[in-house]
Each structure stands twice: as structure tokens, then as C-alpha cells.
Design a protein around this ligand. Sequence first.
Ligand code: FE2
Ligand code: FE2
Length: 277
Amino acid sequence: MVSSQPFKLNKIELISHIHIDQKIQMDFFTSILNTIGSGATAYIYASRLRDPQTRPNTLAGFQLAESGAVPFLTNLAERASAERDTWLAEKLTIHAADEKRHGQIFAHGLKQLGKQVMTRAEMKQQTEQSEQKPKNPSPFFAKYYRDYDPPSLKAENIDWLVFMGSTYILELDASKDFARMARALSERESKSRNLQQSILSVAQDETRHAAYLYEAMQRRLSPTEVDAIVTEWRKRKIDAMFAMVGEMIKTGGNSRSLVKDVAPTEIEQPAAQLVEA
Ligand SMILES: [Fe+2]
Ligand SMILES: [Fe+2]
């Protein structure tokens, strides 16, 4: 008589093989989509940075994004400290300081072009004067953090694993995007070369941020659980990239100016001072 045990084992084996096959298939398509999406965004960013017409607005966008992360990270560092996770608190404090420096690097790049970011009031005034309706502020983040309402993403509320997983993917990809963008800049001209070196140093910091966030997940979870979180945010990133690229193709990118002219006398300080040794 054949016992049911071998059958059960075979069934389990079969199911696990199906799962493995699905995983391989999913990983294959995910990786293709990721390559296409990353290639499209890298191309768009690199060409916008290389083009003198779009370079100021592109730098301004990066300045706002990098500096904008500082209060969030600082609040998270305080929260980690209050929760007695000193390791994480220290990493977040360094992370906040790095992002502040990144904001300064892009601000300096803008200043070299005789531009600076408009104040919030000036941007508001511009929107009011323009006939254009204000656009969805970020189709990328709307898609990336879908299913999460804004209050649940605030520093005081965000689930640590949501923060770590989502930020890990963003930092990892940012490091590659910045490195590609830096390479797109001309090395023949000194201002452009300085900006290139500064952006490469930003890319190195982003790699370090991704590494500590991955380690932070490893400190809390098993390798399989870390993999599951990384896979989930990788898929979300792909959806978000396509949403952003689609919006850029539809609207031709952000036509709203984020910058204004600065007086040439204010242009000083070599960019190298902002680059960590
Ligand atoms: Fe950064
Ligand atoms: Fe970063």
C-alpha cells in the first residue's frame, strides 16, 4: 500500500517548483522592466542636465529634493534615538547631514550658472499668474507610495520597514542615476568638470545610504524577509518610473521654472570645497 506521505512530499515539491518557476519568471520580467525604466529615466535626466536650456531647472529639482529630505531624516533620527536604537539614530543623523550637503552641491552648481532656486512665495506667485493648472506634484511618489496615506508616511508614524525598504531602493538607484548623469557632463570645461566631480561624490554617498538601510533591514529581519521587502519596493519603483516617464513624455517635463537669476557678484566658492575628501 502506498502511504500518503510520499504523495504529500511530491505535492509540496511540485508546489515549491511552481513557486520557484514563477519567481524566476517574475524576476526576469522585473529585471527587463527595470532596465528599460532605468534606461529611460537616466536618458531623460542626463540629456536634461547636458542641455544648457534645461540644466538650471534640473539642478534646482535635485536641490529641492535633496534639501527637502533633511527635516524628515532629522525627525527620524530623533525618533530612533527616543526608541533607543542608537545605531539607527547615528546612521540617520549622518544621512541627514549628507543630504544637506547634496542640496548645497546642487545649489552651488546653479550659482555657477548665475541662477538660484526661487523662494516658495515666488513659486506660488508664478503658479497663480500662469494660466496652467498646477500639475500633480509627483506622479512618481504617488505611484511609489500608493496604498499609503500621507500621514502614515510622516517621520513620526512611518513603519520602519516601509521607510527602510522604500528608501533603500531609492538610494541604490539614485547612486547609479547620479553616476550616469555625472558622466554625461562635459569634462572640457572647468565648471562642468567641477559639477561632475561633485555629482560623483553625491553618487558615492547614495551608495553608502543604500548599504546602511540594507543593513538596518538585516538587523531586524531574516534574509528571506529582506528579499521580499526589496522585491516589493523594486516592483513599486518600476511602476513609479513608468508613471513619471509617461508624464514627462505627455507634458514635455516640468515647464514651470524653479529658478531665478542671481547677481554675478554673489558667485564665488569653488565647488571642490563642498566635496568630501
Ligand atoms: Fe542625496
Ligand atoms: Fe541619499
